[in-house]
Design a protein around this ligand. Structure first.
Ligand code: DGL
Length: 291
Protein backbone atom coordinates (compact mmCIF):
# COMPACT_ATOMS: atom_id res chain seq x y z
CA UNK A 1 0.00 0.00 0.00
CA UNK A 2 1.32 3.40 -0.93
CA UNK A 3 1.10 5.42 2.29
CA UNK A 4 2.87 8.60 1.24
CA UNK A 5 -0.27 10.53 0.33
CA UNK A 6 -0.80 13.78 2.24
CA UNK A 7 -3.67 14.94 0.09
CA UNK A 8 -6.49 17.27 1.14
CA UNK A 9 -9.41 19.07 -0.52
CA UNK A 10 -7.07 21.43 -2.34
CA UNK A 11 -4.92 18.63 -3.72
CA UNK A 12 -5.21 17.93 -7.45
CA UNK A 13 -7.09 15.08 -9.10
CA UNK A 14 -4.68 12.79 -10.97
CA UNK A 15 -5.73 11.72 -14.47
CA UNK A 16 -3.71 9.62 -16.89
CA UNK A 17 -3.79 7.90 -20.26
CA UNK A 18 -1.37 6.50 -22.81
CA UNK A 19 -1.52 9.85 -24.62
CA UNK A 20 -4.16 12.40 -25.58
CA UNK A 21 -7.30 10.23 -25.26
CA UNK A 22 -7.64 10.85 -21.52
CA UNK A 23 -8.07 14.54 -22.27
CA UNK A 24 -11.59 13.68 -23.50
CA UNK A 25 -12.26 12.56 -19.90
CA UNK A 26 -10.43 15.51 -18.36
CA UNK A 27 -12.57 18.01 -20.28
CA UNK A 28 -15.75 16.47 -18.80
CA UNK A 29 -14.22 16.59 -15.30
CA UNK A 30 -13.43 20.28 -15.86
CA UNK A 31 -17.05 20.92 -16.94
CA UNK A 32 -18.43 19.10 -13.89
CA UNK A 33 -15.87 20.42 -11.39
CA UNK A 34 -14.53 23.78 -12.62
CA UNK A 35 -12.67 24.57 -9.38
CA UNK A 36 -10.55 21.43 -9.14
CA UNK A 37 -6.81 21.34 -9.83
CA UNK A 38 -5.86 18.50 -12.18
CA UNK A 39 -2.53 16.81 -12.81
CA UNK A 40 -2.54 14.94 -16.15
CA UNK A 41 0.02 12.38 -17.30
CA UNK A 42 0.10 11.36 -20.98
CA UNK A 43 2.39 8.38 -21.45
CA UNK A 44 3.04 9.29 -25.08
CA UNK A 45 6.46 7.62 -25.15
CA UNK A 46 4.80 4.22 -24.64
CA UNK A 47 1.58 4.86 -26.62
CA UNK A 48 -0.22 2.83 -27.90
CA UNK A 49 -1.02 0.57 -24.97
CA UNK A 50 -3.57 -1.39 -27.04
CA UNK A 51 -1.20 -3.92 -28.65
CA UNK A 52 0.74 -4.57 -25.38
CA UNK A 53 0.21 -7.37 -22.89
CA UNK A 54 -2.08 -6.72 -19.91
CA UNK A 55 0.83 -7.44 -17.53
CA UNK A 56 2.98 -4.78 -19.12
CA UNK A 57 0.20 -2.19 -19.06
CA UNK A 58 -0.52 -3.10 -15.41
CA UNK A 59 3.09 -2.24 -14.57
CA UNK A 60 2.66 1.17 -16.28
CA UNK A 61 -0.47 1.80 -14.19
CA UNK A 62 1.47 1.03 -10.99
CA UNK A 63 4.31 3.31 -12.04
CA UNK A 64 2.20 6.31 -13.10
CA UNK A 65 -0.27 5.97 -10.22
CA UNK A 66 2.53 5.81 -7.64
CA UNK A 67 4.12 8.88 -9.19
CA UNK A 68 0.83 10.79 -8.97
CA UNK A 69 0.33 9.76 -5.34
CA UNK A 70 3.89 10.85 -4.52
CA UNK A 71 2.92 14.20 -6.05
CA UNK A 72 -0.02 14.55 -3.69
CA UNK A 73 -3.15 13.78 -5.73
CA UNK A 74 -6.36 13.19 -3.77
CA UNK A 75 -7.81 10.68 -6.23
CA UNK A 76 -6.84 8.97 -9.47
CA UNK A 77 -8.82 8.57 -12.68
CA UNK A 78 -7.38 5.95 -15.03
CA UNK A 79 -8.65 7.70 -18.17
CA UNK A 80 -7.71 4.84 -20.49
CA UNK A 81 -9.79 1.73 -21.07
CA UNK A 82 -6.80 -0.46 -21.81
CA UNK A 83 -5.07 0.62 -18.59
CA UNK A 84 -8.34 0.16 -16.67
CA UNK A 85 -8.79 -3.37 -18.04
CA UNK A 86 -5.17 -4.22 -17.27
CA UNK A 87 -4.55 -2.51 -13.96
CA UNK A 88 -7.58 -1.09 -12.11
CA UNK A 89 -8.01 -3.99 -9.67
CA UNK A 90 -4.31 -4.03 -8.77
CA UNK A 91 -4.32 -0.22 -8.47
CA UNK A 92 -7.30 -0.23 -6.13
CA UNK A 93 -5.58 -2.87 -3.99
CA UNK A 94 -2.33 -0.91 -3.71
CA UNK A 95 -3.04 2.83 -4.05
CA UNK A 96 -3.79 4.92 -0.97
CA UNK A 97 -6.28 7.26 -2.71
CA UNK A 98 -9.65 6.46 -4.35
CA UNK A 99 -8.97 5.16 -7.86
CA UNK A 100 -11.54 4.73 -10.61
CA UNK A 101 -11.37 3.59 -14.21
CA UNK A 102 -13.48 4.16 -17.30
CA UNK A 103 -14.87 0.70 -18.08
CA UNK A 104 -17.54 0.31 -15.37
CA UNK A 105 -18.96 3.84 -15.91
CA UNK A 106 -19.18 3.24 -19.68
CA UNK A 107 -20.79 -0.16 -19.13
CA UNK A 108 -23.33 1.37 -16.76
CA UNK A 109 -24.28 4.09 -19.26
CA UNK A 110 -24.70 1.48 -22.03
CA UNK A 111 -26.92 -0.72 -19.84
CA UNK A 112 -29.10 2.31 -19.08
CA UNK A 113 -29.32 3.30 -22.76
CA UNK A 114 -30.01 0.05 -24.60
CA UNK A 115 -33.60 -0.84 -25.44
CA UNK A 116 -33.15 -3.98 -27.56
CA UNK A 117 -30.40 -5.20 -25.16
CA UNK A 118 -27.84 -5.62 -27.95
CA UNK A 119 -24.74 -3.59 -27.13
CA UNK A 120 -21.66 -3.15 -29.31
CA UNK A 121 -18.24 -2.31 -27.90
CA UNK A 122 -15.31 -0.99 -29.93
CA UNK A 123 -11.97 -0.80 -28.15
CA UNK A 124 -8.29 -1.65 -28.42
CA UNK A 125 -7.21 -5.27 -28.86
CA UNK A 126 -6.05 -5.52 -25.23
CA UNK A 127 -9.38 -4.21 -23.90
CA UNK A 128 -11.42 -6.56 -26.12
CA UNK A 129 -9.23 -9.57 -25.23
CA UNK A 130 -9.62 -8.80 -21.52
CA UNK A 131 -13.44 -9.04 -21.90
CA UNK A 132 -13.66 -6.28 -19.30
CA UNK A 133 -16.69 -4.63 -20.97
CA UNK A 134 -18.56 -7.86 -21.57
CA UNK A 135 -18.16 -8.76 -17.86
CA UNK A 136 -19.02 -5.26 -16.62
CA UNK A 137 -22.16 -5.05 -18.80
CA UNK A 138 -23.39 -8.56 -17.92
CA UNK A 139 -22.76 -7.92 -14.23
CA UNK A 140 -25.36 -5.17 -14.48
CA UNK A 141 -27.80 -6.94 -16.82
CA UNK A 142 -27.17 -10.60 -17.57
CA UNK A 143 -29.72 -10.51 -20.39
CA UNK A 144 -27.72 -8.16 -22.63
CA UNK A 145 -25.83 -9.57 -25.61
CA UNK A 146 -22.46 -7.87 -26.10
CA UNK A 147 -20.69 -7.71 -29.48
CA UNK A 148 -17.06 -6.58 -29.15
CA UNK A 149 -14.73 -5.52 -31.93
CA UNK A 150 -11.11 -4.44 -31.69
CA UNK A 151 -10.60 -1.25 -33.70
CA UNK A 152 -6.89 -0.50 -33.30
CA UNK A 153 -6.69 1.71 -36.40
CA UNK A 154 -9.13 4.16 -34.80
CA UNK A 155 -6.37 5.11 -32.33
CA UNK A 156 -4.10 5.80 -35.32
CA UNK A 157 -6.81 7.85 -37.06
CA UNK A 158 -7.55 9.86 -33.91
CA UNK A 159 -3.85 10.71 -33.52
CA UNK A 160 -3.50 11.47 -37.24
CA UNK A 161 -6.44 13.88 -37.06
CA UNK A 162 -4.82 15.70 -34.14
CA UNK A 163 -1.81 16.32 -36.36
CA UNK A 164 -3.89 17.42 -39.36
CA UNK A 165 -6.32 19.71 -37.53
CA UNK A 166 -5.66 23.42 -37.50
CA UNK A 167 -7.61 24.17 -34.35
CA UNK A 168 -9.88 22.57 -31.76
CA UNK A 169 -11.16 19.12 -32.71
CA UNK A 170 -14.63 20.00 -31.45
CA UNK A 171 -16.50 23.27 -31.60
CA UNK A 172 -18.53 24.59 -28.72
CA UNK A 173 -21.58 22.55 -29.65
CA UNK A 174 -19.38 19.45 -29.26
CA UNK A 175 -19.65 18.50 -32.94
CA UNK A 176 -16.49 16.65 -33.86
CA UNK A 177 -14.36 18.39 -36.44
CA UNK A 178 -14.55 17.57 -40.14
CA UNK A 179 -10.89 16.64 -40.02
CA UNK A 180 -12.08 13.06 -39.50
CA UNK A 181 -14.62 13.02 -42.34
CA UNK A 182 -12.42 11.61 -45.10
CA UNK A 183 -13.21 8.78 -47.55
CA UNK A 184 -10.17 6.74 -46.43
CA UNK A 185 -11.20 6.97 -42.76
CA UNK A 186 -14.80 6.10 -43.66
CA UNK A 187 -13.71 2.91 -45.40
CA UNK A 188 -11.78 1.80 -42.30
CA UNK A 189 -14.75 2.69 -40.10
CA UNK A 190 -17.11 0.68 -42.33
CA UNK A 191 -14.86 -2.38 -42.11
CA UNK A 192 -14.93 -2.28 -38.31
CA UNK A 193 -18.54 -1.28 -37.83
CA UNK A 194 -20.51 -3.18 -40.49
CA UNK A 195 -20.64 -6.41 -38.42
CA UNK A 196 -22.02 -4.43 -35.47
CA UNK A 197 -24.65 -2.84 -37.69
CA UNK A 198 -25.62 -6.27 -38.98
CA UNK A 199 -25.89 -7.47 -35.37
CA UNK A 200 -28.45 -4.64 -34.91
CA UNK A 201 -26.88 -3.16 -31.79
CA UNK A 202 -28.85 -0.09 -30.66
CA UNK A 203 -26.04 1.14 -28.40
CA UNK A 204 -22.33 1.35 -29.12
CA UNK A 205 -19.72 1.89 -26.40
CA UNK A 206 -16.74 3.95 -27.49
CA UNK A 207 -14.47 1.78 -25.35
CA UNK A 208 -11.30 3.77 -25.88
CA UNK A 209 -10.84 7.32 -24.70
CA UNK A 210 -9.50 8.33 -28.13
CA UNK A 211 -12.75 7.38 -29.86
CA UNK A 212 -15.03 10.27 -28.78
CA UNK A 213 -12.90 12.34 -31.16
CA UNK A 214 -14.27 10.17 -33.98
CA UNK A 215 -17.93 10.30 -33.02
CA UNK A 216 -19.04 12.04 -36.24
CA UNK A 217 -17.21 9.42 -38.31
CA UNK A 218 -18.51 6.50 -36.22
CA UNK A 219 -22.04 7.92 -35.93
CA UNK A 220 -22.09 8.48 -39.70
CA UNK A 221 -21.53 4.77 -40.32
CA UNK A 222 -23.75 3.45 -37.50
CA UNK A 223 -26.69 5.78 -38.23
CA UNK A 224 -28.77 8.08 -36.03
CA UNK A 225 -30.66 5.26 -34.30
CA UNK A 226 -27.57 3.92 -32.55
CA UNK A 227 -26.66 5.60 -29.26
CA UNK A 228 -22.94 6.28 -28.89
CA UNK A 229 -21.69 5.94 -25.31
CA UNK A 230 -18.50 7.51 -24.03
CA UNK A 231 -17.52 6.98 -20.41
CA UNK A 232 -16.33 10.55 -19.92
CA UNK A 233 -19.55 12.12 -18.68
CA UNK A 234 -20.32 9.20 -16.39
CA UNK A 235 -16.77 9.28 -15.00
CA UNK A 236 -16.99 13.00 -14.26
CA UNK A 237 -20.21 12.35 -12.29
CA UNK A 238 -18.47 9.59 -10.30
CA UNK A 239 -15.52 11.87 -9.50
CA UNK A 240 -17.92 14.60 -8.26
CA UNK A 241 -19.88 12.13 -6.17
CA UNK A 242 -16.80 10.58 -4.54
CA UNK A 243 -15.25 13.94 -3.66
CA UNK A 244 -18.57 15.34 -2.44
CA UNK A 245 -19.24 12.36 -0.17
CA UNK A 246 -15.68 12.46 1.17
CA UNK A 247 -15.96 16.22 1.69
CA UNK A 248 -12.92 16.76 -0.48
CA UNK A 249 -14.23 19.12 -3.14
CA UNK A 250 -12.16 22.25 -3.70
CA UNK A 251 -13.71 25.48 -2.53
CA UNK A 252 -15.89 27.10 -5.19
CA UNK A 253 -13.78 30.27 -5.07
CA UNK A 254 -10.64 28.33 -5.98
CA UNK A 255 -9.01 29.24 -9.34
CA UNK A 256 -8.08 25.89 -10.90
CA UNK A 257 -4.58 25.01 -12.01
CA UNK A 258 -3.87 22.35 -14.63
CA UNK A 259 -0.50 20.68 -14.96
CA UNK A 260 0.43 18.31 -17.76
CA UNK A 261 3.24 15.76 -17.91
CA UNK A 262 4.23 13.91 -21.07
CA UNK A 263 6.69 11.04 -21.20
CA UNK A 264 7.39 11.92 -24.86
CA UNK A 265 10.35 14.08 -25.80
CA UNK A 266 8.33 16.71 -27.63
CA UNK A 267 6.58 18.70 -24.93
CA UNK A 268 5.74 21.47 -27.39
CA UNK A 269 3.87 19.02 -29.63
CA UNK A 270 1.97 17.65 -26.62
CA UNK A 271 0.93 21.17 -25.77
CA UNK A 272 -0.33 21.95 -29.32
CA UNK A 273 -2.19 18.66 -29.88
CA UNK A 274 -3.52 18.55 -26.33
CA UNK A 275 -5.01 22.02 -26.70
CA UNK A 276 -6.96 20.75 -29.76
CA UNK A 277 -8.65 18.10 -27.62
CA UNK A 278 -9.12 20.16 -24.49
CA UNK A 279 -10.20 23.27 -26.35
CA UNK A 280 -7.96 25.49 -24.22
CA UNK A 281 -4.25 26.31 -24.19
CA UNK A 282 -2.09 23.92 -22.15
CA UNK A 283 -0.10 26.43 -20.14
CA UNK A 284 2.02 24.15 -18.00
CA UNK A 285 3.48 21.09 -19.79
CA UNK A 286 6.52 19.20 -18.48
CA UNK A 287 8.57 16.24 -19.57
CA UNK A 288 8.43 13.17 -17.34
CA UNK A 289 10.87 10.25 -17.45
CA UNK A 290 10.09 6.84 -15.97
CA UNK A 291 13.51 5.27 -16.41
N1 DGL B 1 -6.79 5.67 -24.85
C1 DGL B 1 -6.53 4.27 -24.76
C2 DGL B 1 -7.78 3.53 -24.28
O1 DGL B 1 -8.73 4.15 -23.80
C3 DGL B 1 -6.12 3.59 -26.05
C4 DGL B 1 -4.95 4.08 -26.79
C5 DGL B 1 -3.81 3.11 -26.76
O2 DGL B 1 -3.86 2.04 -27.40
O3 DGL B 1 -2.85 3.47 -26.08
O4 DGL B 1 -7.85 2.32 -24.37
Amino acid sequence: MNTRSHSNALSPIGVFDSGFGGLTVMREIIKALPHEDIMYVGDTARCPYGPRSLDEVDSFVQQIGSWLIDHGVKMIVIACNTATAAGLVHAQQTFSVPTIGVVEPGARAAVHATINRKVGVIATKATVDSEAYAHAIRNLDAGITVFSTAAPRFVEIAEQGLRMADGPIENFTAQASHVYIRPAFREIAKDYLEPLRRAEVDTLVLGCTHFPLLKTLIGGVMGHDVRLISSALEVSRDVSEILRRQDRLADDTHMPHYEFYSTGDNVEEFSVFGSRVLNMPLASVHHLDFD
